[in-house]
Write a protein that binds this ligand. Structure first.
Ligand SMILES: Nc1nc2c(ncn2[C@@H]2O[C@H](COP(=O)(O)OP(=O)(O)OP(=O)(O)O)[C@@H](O)[C@H]2O)c(=O)[nH]1
Length: 370
């Protein structure tokens, strides 16, 4: 009862089983009617056989189960299908030997056992069936069991072929349902897992408000840039951007306005960030940009970058018909493993960019006062 006992813990798996078992019961019920008619039509050749009686009983049980399937507990339905397929195969092999579809049904029955009770149970069942068929085969070969019909006339009879075809189609269609349902369930689960993985990655790497990278990822990327610099003698530029007097936006227009401005600034900064550069919000109103270059940038080049950033930030944002303008203080640190030996690690680089930004803020403040 391994898998059946586990079902309660896996509601998704339970849904798959319920879905597949209901489809299987309906298919079996629909197909069992012509199959039983075909089976009974063989009475003219063989007289009444146990298998025919069991076919009638099975059809009645299946049609009833299909009609009230939504009211039946899943365990009952699983076991019903299992018992029926096992019964059809066991009686079929005994009554009809090689002329019937018993062996085909046994495969279906073993698939069910494996699916619901695990591989070990399936293997035991397969072994038991193998022994059973061998014994029945032995009895047939030695005349202990006589064929119910004349094999020569049976293999050219309409009823023989009808039973053969319908009897074979049934386990085959049920197998398709089982494999199809499991395939769809596995595919859906994989898609769901992949989506969750992407969501988790986004949650872990992105800033909740602006959607750009968060400090955690940025620190990792800065560390990798330092390693590359050590290896390839490249240059790393860390630009620190801190909005000026941002508190007043929150105080005067509310937190919503502040949030909207932060998202706007992130967008503006992304517009001036090249694809290979990295932008992040480290918290509050502070942003960091990481630029890597194989060669050292000329001071004018860096000034141009900083000017572009300043201009992008200063373009006013319209919040509820009000023009809101913010400015930013910007400082940067440049790192090269050989050329800047005073910068030992990423914290030193971060501190240097921070200090430069504060110097710039002081200059702006002094200019505002005077
Ligand atoms: N709306 C909003 N405000 C935030 C968020 N995170 C931080 N803040 C606010 O940003 C402001 C940052 O204040 P300060 O660090 O003093 O900076 P400032 O007001 O820009 O002043 P200076 O940096 O000295 O120019 C604080 O009022 C924080 O409450 C956020 O996610 N949304």
């Amino acid at each position: 009862m391994k898998l059946l006992n586990d079902i309660g813990q896996f509601s998704e798996w339970e849904k798959v089983l319920v879905n597949s078992i209901d489809k299987i019961i309906v298919i079996l019920a629909i197909c069992s009617v012509p199959a039983t008619i075909a089976s009974l039509s063989r009475m003219s050749l063989s007289g009444f056989q146990i298998s025919m009686g069991s076919h009638v009983a099975i059809t009645i049980s299946l049609v009833t189960a299909a009609l009230i399937r939504h009211k039946l507990p899943i365990k009952f339905k699983l076991n019903l299908v299992l018992v029926i397929t096992a019964l059809v195969s066991l009686v079929g092999v005994m009554d009809w030997g090689l002329l019937g579809n018993g062996v085909l049904w046994s495969i279906l029955s073993i698939i069910f056992v494996t699916l619901y009770y695990g591989i070990k149970a399936g293997a035991i069942c397969a072994l038991a069936f193998f022994i059973y068929v061998s014994i029945i085969g032995y009895f047939y070969i030695n005349g202990v069991i006589q064929p119910q019909v004349d094999p020569n006339s049976y293999v050219v009879s309409v009823s023989g072929w009808m039973t053969g075809i319908i009897g074979a189609l049934l386990p085959l269609s049920v197998t398709i349902v089982i494999i199809g349902t499991l395939y769809e369930a596995a595919r859906d689960s994989l898609i769901k897992l992949e989506r969750q993985r992407v969501e988790i990655t986004i949650l872990a790497e992105r800033d909740d408000l602006t959607g750009i990278y968060n400090a955690r990822v940025f620190h990792k990327m800065l560390q990798q840039a330092i390693e590359r610099s050590k290896r390839h003698d490249s240059w790393v530029y860390l630009i620190n951007i801190d909005l000026d007097n941002f508190k007043s936006i929150n105080d005067n227009y509310g937190h919503h306005a502040g949030d909207a401005i932060l998202c706007y600034i992130a967008k503006q900064l992304l517009n001036v960030t090249r694809g290979e550069d990295t932008l992040c919000r480290v918290g509050g109103d502070e942003f960091l940009m990481l630029i890597e270059s194989p060669e050292r940038h000329e001071p004018q080049e860096l000034e141009a970058v900083i000017e572009r950033i300043k201009t992008a930030i200063e373009i006013p944002y319209i919040y509820e018909k009000t023009k809101l303008s913010v400015r930013g203080s910007i400082g940067f640190a440049e790192y090269n493993a050989k050329a800047t030996p005073h910068l030992k690690n990423k914290d030193d680089i971060l501190k240097e960019a921070d200090k430069a930004m504060f110097r710039n803020k002081e200059v702006s403040r002094t200019q505002e006062i005077s």
